[in-house]
Design a binder for this molecule. Sequence first.
Ligand code: ADP
Ligand code: MG
Length: 251
Amino acid sequence: MNSQAMNVEVENVRSASDVVVPNPSQGSFALQAVGVHKTYGSGEFAVQVLQGASLNVRPGERVAVVGASGSGKSTLLHVLGALDQPDQGTVEISGQRLDQLSEKARGEARNRLVGFVYQFHHLLPEFSALENVAMPLRIRRVPETEANFQAMSLLERVGLKARATHRPGELSGGERQRVALARALVTRPSCVLADEPTGNLDRGTARTVFELMSGLAKEQGIAFVIVTHDMEIAQSTDRILRLQDGILQAT
Ligand code: ADP
Ligand code: MG
């Protein structure tokens, strides 16, 4: 997301500051998708991407999603994270249907319940690592001192306390992904959706970032859905699902 997009999001959420999102129910799944369908375009140009994809992820569980390029993995993560709506089927995050909320309330619920990590870090270049990590809390109007305190503790957890004042351009690829991971976790979400988070890193750095994600998932009871091409990483998760012909199959 570029800084302009982030600013738009900040404004949208600020104007929705009176929206109260109920606490998530203590259901047994952090994330539950049932029979999700998603088609792009229509008529002869229709691309049926998801055709009944279902998945349940428990708190603290790490699930890898693999599949050919163009099989719909990114589409699936967008629908799971309520960035996009399914044509059919349901998605619940901590027992909540985000699609039934107004757009403003959905943005706020997404900010609170879901963390995203992408292949490219999407950090805001003009802000420090600390400011980037604190951003989701600032969007939620957490006071600066408290937001910075929580952001710093996450940066410390990913081994980057000493880099807090550095801007993304002054960090290595692996360090940027660790900052992106800290930013995804700072709101203590129910689940983190990671789209090829290590796809742009060398093997050793990829492993380090994955192990950090894994440790934090277990420690904080956060569910992780990780799209990856790296079979070594996939095999280190709790479960591998393959997206093929629009559905998720156990491997
Ligand atoms: P993956 O992440 O597995 O590579 P994607 O979810 O990005 O796959 O894409 C799945 C299919 O949907 C591809 O054929 C892609 O071209 C198509 N697609 C993705 N996003 C859009 C969109 N916004 N509009 C039209 N087609 C799209
Ligand atoms: Mg993709």
